[in-house]
Design a binder for this molecule. Structure first.
Ligand SMILES: [Fe+2]
Ligand SMILES: [Fe+2]
Length: 361
């Protein structure tokens, strides 16, 4: 028996806790649904209310909101390869008395602890197991090293000049900070270079949704660029480890650059793409300097990282020099894509009107 004081305290606590842990949902189904809901809550299982046998009345019932989130977090923190003991405990709907989950009485199964989807086993051409989860064999390619590295877009219009001098002015502090540490410089700059493609792709994605229209492949092309730049980073971090203050710098620069580029793209995509075009021209220059230092012996020409060998389908005995050559060619391709995108806008068209250069490597 609870004393009157204890009841008052309990009511008061529930009054405060209730709004945070419960939300109201409308369910039909009467007392049976309410009872099932209560049981599932008590057991700490996820519960969603579905239409049951209609009794003509709608009842506001409490639905458990917070605990499923905690539950899924606990499940997802299990180390890879270990199987949680309660993995895929299934609660049958309806008569079993548990949460009806995916559809009580419909033959669907509600799963209490949902642990992942088994990735498909993939092998390389030689039959050995594919070791990378971050990319698959069909995403790899042989880079086109014949691309013209000297192409340069002449800044003629006012916006072009703004783009050009914005990029040029960013080069001085970069040169000052990194000096001749090209390995570190490449790694740090790739953390920035992978942002524009993702921002542009995201904005085009949202535009496509808003306007119910195709993108002409540009979403994919820009996201491909972002992924390619990120793979540059994944490669260079194998040969150069960032120090704590460099990590702090990346953190800060990303916060500023992401937002600045986002706003620029919203206001003027042609300026945004032109800036990236010039950034890529600078990247080609940086990698050319990197190659010079490798050739002089100032930077050790170590074996190519395994991730690079698989991603660019390189021979097993490839070196860092081979990787830098390929990355430089990638940057030249990004340069072309972004200057092209800017030119489409300059011609008064939208990107979707010109087919995107998907898979341009
Ligand atoms: Fe890059
Ligand atoms: Fe690039």
């Amino acid at each position: 028996m609870m004393s009157r004081g204890a009841k008052r305290i309990a009511r008061s606590v529930l009054g405060h806790v209730g709004p945070r842990y419960f939300s109201t949902a409308t369910a039909r189904g009467g007392a049976a649904s309410d009872a099932a809901a209560l049981r599932s809550y008590v057991k700490g299982t996820a519960s969603t209310f579905f239409y049951g046998p209609a009794n003509g009345s709608e009842k506001a019932v409490v639905t458990w909101m917070r605990f499923p989130v905690l539950g899924s977090r606990n499940a997802s923190t299990v180390a890879l390869g270990e199987k949680p003991q309660d993995e895929e405990k299934q609660v049958q709907g309806g008569s079993s008395g548990g949460a009806t989950g995916g559809g009580g009485g419909n033959g669907n199964k509600g799963i209490v602890s949902y642990w992942g989807v088994e990735p498909a086993k993939v092998t390389k051409e030689d039959g050995t197991e594919w070791r990378w989860n971050c990319f698959r064999p069909w995403e790899t390619y042989k880079a086109d090293l014949t691309i013209d590295l000297k192409k340069h877009h002449a800044p003629v219009t006012f916006l072009d000049k703004v783009a050009y001098w914005t990029v040029k002015s960013l080069r001085y502090p970069t040169d000052l900070f990194f000096q001749r540490r090209y390995g570190c410089r490449a790694m740090m700059l790739e953390t920035v270079a992978a942002v524009p493609g993702m921002v542009g792709g995201m904005l085009l994605h949202c535009k496509s949704l808003r306007r119910f229209e195709h993108s002409g492949g540009w979403i994919k092309a820009l996201l491909e660029e972002a992924e390619n730049e990120r793979m540059h980073l994944m490669t260079f971090m194998e040969v150069s480890q960032p120090r704590w203050y460099e990590r702090a710098l990346v953190f800060t620069v990303q916060g500023v650059f992401f937002n600045a580029y986002f706003l620029t793209y919203l206001v003027s995509p042609k300026l945004a793409h032109r800036i990236v075009g010039y950034l890529e021209e600078e990247a080609i220059h940086s990698y050319t300097e990197f190659l010079k230092e490798l050739d002089k012996g100032n930077i050790e020409n170590v074996p190519a990282p395994a991730i690079a060998i698989d991603y660019w389908r390189l021979p097993k005995d490839s070196t860092l020099r081979d990787v830098v050559m390929i990355v430089r060619a990638d940057e030249a391709h990004h340069r072309d894509v972004n200057h092209f995108a800017s030119d489409i806008h300059y011609q008064g068209h939208e990107l979707k009107e010109a087919p995107a250069p998907i898979g341009y490597h």
